[in-house]
Write a protein that binds this ligand. Structure first.
Ligand code: NAD
Length: 499
């Protein structure tokens, strides 16, 4: 029997009237395992109305009481980690241990969001002018919308919603249509945690649901995580409709490998960052820029040897290193990229197309793929592949490598591998990328530091995580107060703080 996923509105499962459904596929077996309903306008309207109706009361709930719900939600995430990770693995395909890691990241974000009351505190200035005090408060925005991608169906919905809710907003999530089970489970956990009906809602669907949500007059803010063209388009539409907006796009993350690094150790680190989650991470390292041929030779040899030891198979069986890609179409897309790399003159050292999964031949598996002698202008360098494909670019100096990274259109994550502190410091200062690792391959920041890229990896002004989330999900109000003393003088002049 296959599962049928609907929506979650006003504290309960919601079927709505749409007869439009889409298949959900188990990527490890290539079999249809469920269906998801695509919301029509009435369903989207019901979700936004529920969120709008819940707003006044939730915004007026003391921050500490809101934080208590978050504490309980965090506990429930931990208690249900097995169930959440299993749902992620079943529909996304990533291996179970990796799915658990993504749930743990969601928990970390909640741990920090539980401290929102302190971060929501405003400022107070006494006696800014005769008998006048001035204070600034942070207030919630209203109904916020989050659009999430397929690759982190627990972590990203929690990143987008937990702070919004902690700040007193209400939320409508539009998760990826490819893996809706885990986001619906999150909605149940929010309810169990004591969140009032209407504060967190889930609307399933595709771009049509997104379009209705981000142009809806009652929606005040939009956060989205998507491929760059989608992130850019959502940003432009939402901004044009007066929403506070930030959207997080695609990536092409470079590692800069300096000759003084322990190349074998770095090779293993880069291999894990390139092939983990089958390369379907926005922070995956997909390009290794290596300074000097000697280092490059050693790096590619080590990866070539060690990548063949990686185990690949269904993520819920036998603890493999890598699972499948999300869909048959995406598998074909990545395969086409590999072919384009061959045709455009890159050296194919490991060909993931050769891999066959004996235990699950219908799954969308691809083995680790390694290209050497990749150059800008090749499609495999210029475009985001989002698969287990690592490109090695050889450069003759640190400066050439840094310039290459800075010329790339994306700026999500990057890492330098070196033992030279001064060089690392120079890199961290000059690289035009939002998240930087120094000997850290996947520098996804802890929840209290800002998360977000630069250039075509981000559209907006304020990142996610940390105090940035508080800034994004609240608006400031400044109140000047004077209590009558009976000494008021009538003046038609511009009020100032001078006597
Ligand atoms: P996607 O762009 O296909 O879809 C993302 C979301 O947008 C989904 O909910 C989808 O239904 C919706 N959508 C799709 N087309 C739309 C359109 N035309 N208008 C409005 N909404 C639309 O992305 P995906 O394949 O689900 O996820 C992978 C992409 O997300 C990669 O490019 C990856 O780099 C990126 N990503 C970025 C980050 C980050 O933090 N920068 C994190 C994770 C994933």
């Amino acid at each position: 029997m296959t599962a049928v996923h609907h929506h979650f509105i006003n504290g309960a499962s919601f079927e709505g009237s749409s007869s439009h459904f889409s298949d959900i596929t188990d990527p490890a077996r290539g079999a249809v395992i469920g269906q998801v309903n695509f919301a029509d306008n009435q369903t989207v309207e019901a979700a936004v109305s529920a969120a709008d109706a819940a707003f006044a009361s939730w915004a007026a709930t003391p921050p500490l009481k809101r934080a208590r719900v978050l504490f309980r939600f965090k506990d429930l995430l931990e208690a249900n980690a097995d169930k959440l990770a299993a749902a992620v693995t079943r529909e996304h395909g990533k291996v179970l241990a990796d799915a658990h890691g993504s749930v743990a990241r969601a928990v970390e974000l909640c741990e920090f969001a539980c401290g929102a009351p302190k971060l929501l505190a405003g400022d107070f200035s006494e006696n800014v002018a005769g008998d006048i005090d001035c204070h600034t408060v942070r207030q919630a925005l209203g109904v916020c919308v989050g659009v999430s991608p397929f690759n982190f169906p627990v972590m990203i919905p929690v990143w987008l919603s937990a702070f919004s809710i902690a700040c007193g907003n209400t939320f409508v999530l539009k998760p990826s249509e490819k893996d809706p089970a885990a986001p619906l489970l999150l909605a149940e956990l929010w309810t169990q945690a004591g969140l009032p009906p209407g504060v967190f809602n889930v609307v399933n669907g595709d771009k049509d649901a997104v379009q209705t949500l981000i142009t809806h007059p009652s929606v005040k803010a939009v956060s989205a995580v998507a491929s760059t063209p989608v992130a850019q388009s959502i940003y432009q539409t939402a901004i044009a409709n007066g929403k506070r907006t930030h959207t997080f796009g695609g990536a092409k993350n470079h590692a800069l490998v300096c000759p003084d690094a322990d190349i074998e150790d770095v090779a293993n680190t880069i291999m894990a960052a390139a092939y983990g989650s089958a390369g379907e991470r926005c922070m995956a390292l997909s390009v290794a820029v290596v300074v000097g041929d000697e280092s490059a030779d050693k790096l590619v040899q080590t990866i070539q040897t060690n990548a063949t030891q990686l185990t690949i198979g269904p993520g819920d069986k036998g603890n493999p290193d890598m699972g499948p890609l999300i869909s048959r179409e995406h598998h074909q897309r990545v395969t086409d990229y590999i072919q384009s790399g061959v045709e455009q003159g890159a050296s194919l050292l490991l060909d993931g197309r050769d891999f066959e999964c004996e235990s699950s031949p219908e799954g969308f598996f691809l083995g680790p793929t390694l290209f050497d002698n990749v150059t800008p202008g090749m499609q495999i360098y210029d475009e985001e592949i989002f698969g287990p494909v690592l490109s090695v670019v050889r450069v003759d100096s640190y400066q050439t490598g840094l310039d290459l990274i800075n010329q790339n259109r994306y700026g999500n994550g990057t890492a330098i591998f070196t033992n030279d502190g001064l060089l690392a410091r120079d890199f961290a200062s000059k690289v035009q990328v939002g998240m930087v690792g120094v000997n850290v391959p996947i520098p996804v920041p802890i929840a209290y530091h800002s998360f977000g890229g630069w250039k075509d990896s981000f559209f907006g002004d304020v990142h996610l995580h940390g105090e940035q989330s508080i800034q994004f999900y609240t608006k400031l109000k400044t109140i000047s107060t004077r209590w009558p003393t009976g000494k008021t003088r009538t003046s038609l002049m511009m009020p100032s703080h001078h006597d």
